[in-house]
Design a binder for this molecule. Structure first.
Ligand code: SF4
Length: 164
């Protein structure tokens, strides 16, 4: 989109990149791990779209914004857009610090716990990291608030089942 803007203002742009500042970069990790960035800055190339694709994308975004502004429903954000980590169900035993096994399906975890002596299911609530920490509209967002309520009720249900 910035390339399109630049082209409309008389600049030629043949390649694109983002310059990333790694705010949680750790020098100790850089010394230990050869695959870790050696300095807290990275230059990452960005694929250059054909200009027609960029225009189509721009028009689609404008259409979505107009629908959101004047329509009744907002488009939902995808898992990818929300940087979502799903809820996990860990089968635990009192004698172990680590899980016997971790599932992303509650039923499978409960089945294994039922077959394993002394085991119980520990819920590790997932998190939409962007919603929880970075999105400026999270407290007004129906999608996120609905999900928070649903997650709270799953945890309560399991806690009640364990207490019974
Ligand atoms: S809080 Fe809502 S708008 Fe913001 S990223 Fe999450 S789902 Fe999307």
């Amino acid at each position: 989109m910035l390339r399109l803007l630049a082209i409309h203002n008389g600049y030629e742009v043949d390649s694109l990149e983002v310059c990333v500042i790694l705010r949680d970069w750790q020098s100790s990790q850089a010394l230990r791990d050869q695959n870790y960035p050696p300095i807290p800055v990275l230059r990452l190339p960005v694929p250059v779209w054909p200009i027609e694709d960029t225009r189509r994308y721009l028009e689609e975004r404008v259409r979505l914004h107009q629908e959101a502004a004047y329509g009744d429903t907002l488009p939902e954000c995808s898992m990818e857009e929300r940087w979502e980590k799903p809820t996990a169900y860990a089968v635990m035993k009192p004698s172990r610090k680590t899980a016997v096994r971790v599932f992303y399906n509650q039923q499978e975890a409960e089945e294994l716990a039922a077959k394993t002596d002394g085991a119980y299911v520990q819920v590790r609530p997932g998190e939409a990291i962007r919603c929880a920490r970075y999105c400026a509209v999270a407290k007004f967002c129906d999608q996120y608030q609905r999900e928070l309520a649903a997650r709270r009720s799953v945890v309560t249900e399991l806690e009640e089942a364990q207490a019974a």
